[in-house]
Design a protein. Structure first.
Length: 247
């Protein structure tokens, strides 16, 4: 039976990076996998483009990227579900778990309240990475250079007549960084509100976003501060659990 050497090499590099308990450099990966540096660097660039690994800007070393969670959605859902359930009990609004997937973001879990007026969140639905509260949470964690490279690939930011001005969007991301959460009204669905906060994995990756969604008639400006605090607390609790796993 023949095998694809390129696939085998990419997998060996990915496994080496993910199994390391610390960031690893190009030379160390080359020695650990038995591949020359040029080959390793080529595959690392490909893996980085898919968010499977991440190159730390300051050290130039590699760690696993947020894209790795797409391979174990059931596991991260199992970790997050008790926290999401508690948030649902405390708020009685729809709670979603969103993960990044390249230039997309996807809902992998959703819990809905037992209320006649509620937001229905389809599990498995993909949307553009920039859109909505969770999209702003994901992009807000990236460097300016990374943000512009992503926006360059999206039609919504390609010309002056785009529905969202890039300068305005960048300012929104700055506010998300400052507050630690994103709040949007009618951004994806009319007459709905969303509050999102980032979940970190202990390696500096934004593994997911916890999102609360509700009708704008109920999630008003008067209650946003209180709800955002609960969403942030939930995301922080999950982050601590994921950090413990990586220790």
């Amino acid at each position: 039976m023949t095998t694809n050497r390129s696939v085998e090499r990419a997998i060996s590099i990915l496994i080496f990076v993910c199994q390391s308990d610390r960031p690893v450099g190009l030379t160390e990966i080359s020695r650990g996998t038995g591949l020359d540096k040029a080959t390793v660097l080529r595959f690392l660039n490909t893996l980085a483009n898919s968010d499977m690994v991440r190159n730390e800007t300051d050290t130039k070393r590699y760690v696993q990227g947020p894209g790795i969670y797409n391979f174990w959605p059931s596991e991260i859902k199992k970790i997050c579900r008790p926290h999401l359930q508690l948030l649902l009990d405390r708020t009685q609004e729809t709670i979603c778990l969103i993960v990044p997937r390249g230039l997309k973001r996807v809902c992998i879990d959703a819990l809905e309240p037992d209320r006649e007026l509620r937001i229905v969140a389809p599990v498995g639905r993909e949307m553009a990475i920039y859109a909505g509260a969770s999209g702003r949470v994901f992009l807000a964690q990236k460097t300016d250079d990374q943000i512009h490279k992503i926006l360059d690939k999206l039609d919504n930011f390609s010309d002056e007549d785009a529905p969202i001005k890039r300068s305005d969007y960048i300012k929104q991301l700055e506010q998300v960084r400052s507050k630690g959460y994103s709040h949007n009204v009618s951004d994806v669905v009319v007459d709905t509100c969303a509050i999102a906060a980032p979940v970190f994995d202990g390696l500096g990756n934004t593994a997911a976003a916890v999102v609360l969604r509700g009708p704008s008639s109920r999630v008003t400006t008067k209650v946003v501060d209180g709800l955002s605090r609960l969403v942030k607390e939930t995301a922080a609790a999950i982050s601590r659990e994921l950090e413990h796993i990586h220790k």
